[in-house]
Structures are given as C-alpha cells and as structure tokens.
Design a protein around this ligand. Structure first.
Ligand SMILES: NC(=O)c1ccc[n+]([C@@H]2O[C@H](COP(=O)([O-])OP(=O)(O)OC[C@H]3O[C@@H](n4cnc5c(N)ncnc54)[C@H](OP(=O)(O)O)[C@@H]3O)[C@@H](O)[C@H]2O)c1
Length: 264
C-alpha cells in the first residue's frame, strides 16, 4: 500500500539536528504536519519557524515519562489525531565494553530503546484511529550486525529492531504498520554527541550519506510502506557479506580489532 503523506499528522523525535532535521524538512515538503521533538527548545523553535507548514515544536526528553506524555498530547491537540510516529532520537557511544560503564549502557538503552518504545505505547491508541498509520523506527546497521566499539549502541539498536519485528505482527490487529530503517554511516554530526569517543578505527563520516539524502530514503520508505530499509551502500555491502559469510566477517572484524588494539 502506498502512503500519501499530504495532511498526515506526525511526531518526529530527534528533530533538532542531523538526520531528524532533514526528515522534518522532507515531511513538510510532502505536506505532512509534524510535531518536532528533541531536548533543544531553541533549535526546535527555529526549525518550526523555518519550515512552517503546520509544524509545532515540543521540547522533549524521550527518556522522561512526563515529556513523552506531553509530546503525544501536544501533537494530538494541535493536529486532531496522529498518523505517524517516527522514533529517530538517538545517541552513540564509541569505545570498548571492557572499559565502559553501566551508566553509559543504561543511558544508551534509555535514549535508543526504552524512550522510543514507551513513546510508542502512548501513541498507539491515537495511531489506531489514524489514517494509514505507522510507527517508523530509525535503527542502525549496528542493529543488524553488532560492531566492536559500539557494544551498547549495537545492543540498543538490536533491541529496537527486535521490538519492531514483534510489533509488526502485533500492531497488524490495529492496522498500524511498523517500518524499520537501517542506516549506515551518515554525515550528520552524530559523532559530536557521543558519550565516548575513544574507539579506534578510521571512521569517515564525511564519506557517509548526507542527512538530506537519507531523509529522502526514509520518507520514500514511509510512502512505499517498506517493512525494512537498509540505507547506504556500505551498510548494504556489510550486511549482505555478513549474511553469506558470517564466519569470515567475524574473522575479518576480529583481525582488525587485534591490529588496532595491539600494544606494538
Ligand atoms: N549518523 C549516523 O551515521 C547514523 C547511522 C545509523 C543510525 N543513526 C541513527 O539516526 C538517528 C539520528 O542520529 P543523527 O545522526 O541525526 O545524530 P545527531 O545529529 O546526534 O542527532 C540526534 C538527535 O536526537 C536528539 N536526542 C538525543 N538525545 C535525546 C533525548 N534524550 N531526548 C530527545 N531527543 C534526543 C538530539 O537532539 P537534542 O540534543 O536536542 O535532544 C538530536 O536531534 C539516531 O537514532 C542514530 O542512532 C545515525
């Protein structure tokens, strides 16, 4: 089923920057009305002013229950209902597990997993009454292949991918679709917000997708109602290679880690 985005009523988290900001612009271009959510109130207000088109700015920390409730209430009050929930807010942490902390792990899980799933729980009664409704979860290629130096992040995204798969069956009874976006590296400024930055590898975000390009792919996936969309050639290559040659992939990754972390 193709989904017409004109007039759709959406909540978009992580809208203050990077990929979310670009998705907001694409959604508005397609005629959707969008409740822009993130913690940075000033950035959201500036974006809502720039985009116009019935956007509202709702400062929200997705890890806070009261904020999540306020966000859903504000969107429903402003738009008269809800058709799309796009769980995009996220945080990364780049460093090995053995010298990481419980606090980092819990923060990553709160932002990337518990926040979006509890927001979805609040949104479902409204989505159920929506038009061609969908929950869209922005995960990561790390949610399909756990990567070294991304242990907490990979776990959080795997959890969201798994939840999405379960919801797909469950939410069918409400006629609410669940779409999973699996992006590869994107030059969004993501690395400026990581909780740790001491991983060792040559990560070239500048060679990744632009947020604007990824946003067109995300909005296209929503339009075409694609169950799972892997975005970015490097993500597609890695996941395909891993599917056909899992042992070789793991061996190559382990060899790389040993080399990077060798004392010599
Ligand atoms: N960039 C990549 O290479 C890449 C690859 C695969 C997947 N992704 C995923 O894409 C999504 C967007 O990432 P990005 O690259 O655009 O990163 P980003 O530039 O760091 O943007 C993250 C967004 O999430 C918001 N956010 C963070 N913590 C939040 C919280 N507690 N409550 C509400 N909003 C919060 C931030 O806004 P505030 O700081 O204002 O709250 C910001 O708008 C994330 O889920 C990320 O995991 C990114």
């Amino acid at each position: 089923m193709a989904r017409d985005l004109a007039g759709k009523r959406a909540i978009l988290t992580g809208a203050s920057g990077g990929i979310g900001r670009a998705v907001a612009a694409e959604l508005v271009k397609a005629g959707a009305r969008v409740a822009l959510a993130a913690r940075s109130a000033d950035k959201l207000t500036a974006l809502a002013t720039e985009l116009k088109g019935g956007t509202i700015a709702v400062p929200t920390d997705v890890t806070k229950p009261d904020d999540r409730r306020r966000l859903v209430e504000a969107a429903v009050a402003a738009f008269g209902g809800l058709d799309l929930l796009i769980n995009n807010a996220g945080v990364g942490s780049w460093g090995h597990f053995a010298d990481s902390t419980e606090s980092i792990c819990r923060t990553v899980m709160e932002v990337n997993f518990f926040g979006p799933i509890e927001l979805t729980r609040l949104a479902i009664p409204h989505l159920t009454n929506g038009t061609a409704p969908a929950v869209v979860n922005v995960t990561s290629m790390c949610g399909r292949k756990g990567m070294p130096a991304w242990p907490e992040y990979s776990a959080s995204k795997f959890a969201l991918v798994g939840m999405s798969e379960a919801w797909r069956g469950e939410f069918a009874r409400f006629d609410v679709d669940t779409l999973t976006i699996v992006p590869g590296m994107t030059d969004s400024g993501f690395q400026n917000n990581w909780l740790r930055t001491d991983g060792k590898a040559d990560l070239r975000f500048a060679d990744g997708m632009t947020p604007a390009y990824l946003a067109t792919k995300i909005v296209d996936a929503i339009r075409r109602n694609r169950t799972e969309t892997v975005c970015g050639s490097e993500a597609r290559r890695l996941l395909r290679f891993n599917r056909w040659f899992p042992r070789l992939t793991n061996w190559l990754i382990a060899r790389k880690v040993k080399k990077l972390y060798s004392k010599r």
